[in-house]
Design a protein around this ligand. Structure first.
Ligand SMILES: [Zn+2]
Ligand SMILES: [Zn+2]
Length: 175
């Protein structure tokens, strides 16, 4: 798999990484996540990466939760400054020539930081800041990327929307 064919894949990686760290993540879970995202080949997840990636997830979450565009821009620029984004064209695994944001030789944290910060930067520059948000359902801490045409997304998923609708229906009925 390669990230370059779809500009929205890096931002979805950011979203999924944040949501993965909603709960305590084990080394095995992180390793599985990284492999599932196609960061295979030379990317090795070491146990000591866990704390660093968890810290990255915290920084990424701040972007989704930022209330103003100004704050989002500042946070994303902070991530980009720390990132070793080194774009290049590559051709591997018979995938054809395509774009990578950084070197395949870099450690997993560096790669995750480069892809996720670029993903956020691209969305923030293409859409208004409302495109990155967090679920309003009670008890849910998921963040989301709003891909609706009118930027009206409030819930991370259908179950969260349904749960909230049922609760407010009951409230109205009891009132
Ligand atoms: Zn690739
Ligand atoms: Zn939710």
């Amino acid at each position: 798999m390669n990230y370059a064919h779809y500009t929205d894949v890096p931002v979805m990686l950011a979203r999924d990484l944040v949501n993965l760290f909603n709960e305590d993540v084990t080394f095995e879970q992180l390793d599985e996540f990284v492999v599932s995202r196609g960061f295979t080949n030379s990317t090795v997840v070491r146990r000591r990466d866990l704390a660093d990636v968890a810290a990255l997830a915290v920084n990424l979450r701040e972007v989704f939760l930022a209330e103003t565009e100004e704050q989002k821009v500042e946070l994303i620029n902070g991530l980009l400054i720390d990132s070793q984004v080194e774009p290049r064209l590559v051709d591997h695994d018979d995938g054809g020539v395509h774009f990578h944001y950084t070197s395949d030789e870099f450690p997993v944290l560096t790669k995750l930081r480069a892809y996720t910060s670029m993903g956020l930067a691209m969305v923030a520059s293409q859409h208004d800041h409302g495109r990155l948000g967090s679920c309003v359902a009670t008890g849910c801490t998921n963040v989301f990327v709003d891909t609706t045409r009118n930027a009206s997304k409030r819930f991370c998923s259908a179950p969260c929307a349904n749960r909230t609708n049922v609760a407010s229906f009951r409230e109205r009925k009891n009132a």
